[in-house]
Design a protein around this ligand. Structure first.
Ligand SMILES: Cc1cc2nc3c(=O)[nH]c(=O)nc-3n(C[C@H](O)[C@H](O)[C@H](O)COP(=O)(O)O)c2cc1C
Length: 319
């Protein structure tokens, strides 16, 4: 553990709930932050639905639900990324996490507003570029994670990123318990970012049918769309008829990236409680998640288990 994530972000447990499109509402973010972790608000979907004004209103609401540090996730490819940066700088936050593009042009403005910036990175090369651009920390996310994914597993990625940069590294993809947190420390990370585990939390406002799917499904059910046709980002999700139909389309002779995007985008925004119609992110870690818990219980359990694991391992270090 080269640097203390808790000290860096002013939190009590080195656990970030990653910003999740359609999932990370002010209620979920506040619950994680109030429980001692860092909740991260996702802006992508809100910006699409109601424009930057909706993001501003939701951020203001979030600030009425917690007085603890929280983060905001900004997808850099968003046509309104600049407006989102302006809003976050005006409203304030502790951390901005970024994905889908290079945040370098926005770093001076974010830093001037007192924000720390953590790009999500899929490779050691991109991690090194982000450090050179001025990022404060990086989130190394492996391909077992839910949502859009890279090509390298967490176990292989995190130590490479830890060797490639001198800034703190947070490990993401596949974490749900204290064994995982202890492993992340061993790999050179100073904390973990979780997504899927917090989807199956009491405070997550997703319709119950999605939470039940996460509890029931196994690791191999976390299927990947967008891995066949050229030029697409891969995405890992709950096994649903809609997700299987998208994958079946990709294998159809004559399938095109445009045809894929049309099917995928229509289903990805479908979280109205009809499981069969949805393509909704879920990581392989679903196989480790068997119970809906409060955010406080999730964080407390991870911390307790991690202490136990580190205690059990201590004699090995003394040999
Ligand atoms: C449903 C869903 C939506 C997500 N949306 C985003 C997003 O908008 N921006 C982002 O940077 N990461 C997003 N992620 C990734 C998470 O923030 C987190 O890094 C990832 O879920 C960690 O892997 P895990 O699911 O194995 O815990 C999403 C993940 C899921 C499951």
């Amino acid at each position: 553990m080269r640097q203390d994530l808790c000290q860096l972000l002013g939190i009590r447990a080195p656990i970030i709930a990653g910003g999740m499109t359609l999932v990370s509402t002010p209620e979920l973010v506040a619950a994680v932050s109030n429980a001692g972790g860092l909740g991260v608000f996702a802006t992508g979907d809100k910006a699409q639905e109601g424009g930057p004004e909706r993001v501003e209103a939701e951020l203001r609401r979030l600030k009425t639900l917690t007085d603890q540090p929280f983060g905001v996730n900004i997808p850099i490819h968003s046509p309104v990324a600049g407006a989102l940066v302006d809003i976050v700088c005006a409203e304030g936050a502790t951390l901005v996490t970024t994905g889908a593009g290079n945040p370098a042009p926005y770093l001076p403005q974010l830093h001037a507003a007192g924000l720390k910036v953590a790009p999500v990175v899929p490779s050691p090369e991109i991690a090194a570029k982000m450090e050179a651009a001025g990022a404060d920390l990086v989130i190394a996310e492996g391909m077992e994670s839910g949502g859009f994914i890279g090509k390298i597993t967490t176990l292989v990625l995190v130590p490479q990123v830890a060797s490639a940069v001198t800034i703190p590294v947070v490990a993401a993809g596949g974490f749900a318990d204290g064994r995982g947190l202890a492993a992340a420390f061993a790999l050179g990370a100073c904390g973990v970012q979780l997504g899927t585990r917090f989807m199956a939390s009491r405070e997550c406002q997703l319709p119950d049918v999605y939470k039940q799917a996460i509890l029931a499904q196994r690791s191999a059910d976390a299927i990947v769309e967008g891995a066949v046709l050229p030029g697409l980002l891969s995405h890992r999700s709950i096994r649903t008829p809609a997700a299987e139909a998208v994958i079946a389309y990709e294998h159809t002779p004559g399938a095109t990236p445009e045809g894929f995007r049309e099917l995928f985008d229509a289903a990805r925004l479908e979280v109205t409680g009809h499981l069969d119609k949805a393509v909704l992110g879920m990581g392989q870690v679903a196989g480790l998640i068997h119970e809906e818990l409060s955010c406080q219980d999730i964080i407390d359990t991870i911390m307790r288990e991690c202490q136990e694991v580190l205690g059990d391992l201590a004699p090995l270090g003394a040999q």
